[in-house]
Ligand binder design. Structure first.
Ligand SMILES: Cc1cc2nc3c(=O)[nH]c(=O)nc-3n(C[C@H](O)[C@H](O)[C@H](O)COP(=O)(O)O)c2cc1C
Length: 258
């Protein structure tokens, strides 16, 4: 509470073997009483809102509605459900059918998660639910959060460097220049918040994600994953800018760079 955080989200969805074996993450979908006790104790210990992130079930044999009802009674004020079982891990497709049904049976807000590609896709899938959560779609693509609402919001446009003409059929397609500028901004911010040593190593996996739709930059990607300073990363970004000068206004996700 003294750190002024907004709330505590308890992870009851992680399918990683070592997490499950030690009784954490998605194993709580099986050990329901422990899950409820965690939420009960947390709710008693703090005034902060307690939420839970979990999955449809552990292996298809658990009842999602009963589980979430128990969490609600124990004090959870919101749940986010990834539309896969823990057993599925990241295979198959996320299925929200049981999540829509869950919402009809409980009182607290329900957020859906899994395979949402962008804001527009999320708005089509949200239906009776209270919100969407996106994970992997945002890797190297912070523009996935831009939808019709944002692109028509004059105040938002004033604050942001995004360009209306790059929003096509509900999806934002950044130009190469926007991508390179975002990479620079992201790297500087991460180093600012985490320090040079940690930040400059952690940024590497993000920087390569920004270039995923972009042919002809394999060598740059290789160099970006092995840099060990912010200065180096920024130098590589600048080099790409210079060498691809005539493509800076092209949009890689539309295949405009071949
Ligand atoms: C590399 C990676 C790390 C993740 N770490 C966490 C985590 O620490 N806590 C959590 O609740 N979920 C974590 N997740 C799961 C995501 O939050 C999300 O539930 C899952 O990726 C499905 O959503 P998506 O298809 O939008 O990515 C992680 C997923 C990935 C791919």
């Amino acid at each position: 509470e003294k750190y002024n955080i907004a709330g505590i989200d308890v992870n009851m969805g992680c399918p990683a073997k070592k997490v499950v074996r030690s009784g954490h993450g998605s194993s709580l979908l099986i050990n329901e009483e422990t899950a409820f006790e965690i939420i009960r104790q947390l709710s008693e210990a703090t005034k902060l809102p307690i939420s839970v992130k979990t999955r449809l079930s552990f292996d298809g044999n658990q009842n999602l509605i009963n589980f979430v009802k128990g969490l609600e009674e124990a004090g959870a004020s919101l749940v986010t459900i990834h539309g896969r079982t823990a057993k599925q891990a990241y295979t198959g497709k996320a299925d929200f059918t049981n999540i829509y049904e869950l919402k009809e049976k409980i009182g607290i807000p329900v957020i859906c998660n899994g395979d949402i590609l962008n804001y527009t896709d999320g708005m089509q899938k949200v239906k009776n639910l209270d919100g969407i959560m996106m994970g992997r779609a945002s890797f190297g693509n912070p523009w996935c959060f831009i939808g019709e609402e944002q692109i028509n919001d004059e105040e938002f446009l004033k604050l942001s460097p995004i360009k209306k003409q790059n929003f096509i059929n509900g999806v934002y397609h950044p130009s190469l220049l926007e991508i390179l500028d975002a990479m620079k901004f992201h790297a500087e911010k991460l180093v600012e918040t985490k320090g040079e040593k940690k930040g400059s190593l952690e940024i590497r996996k993000h920087l390569v994600q920004y270039l995923k739709n972009f042919p002809g930059v394999k060598d740059y990607r290789k160099r970006l994953v092995t840099t060990d300073s912010l200065e180096n990363s920024l130098a590589i970004i600048n080099e790409i800018k210079k060498n691809f000068e005539e493509f800076l206004e092209k949009r890689p996700s539309l295949g405009e760079i071949e």
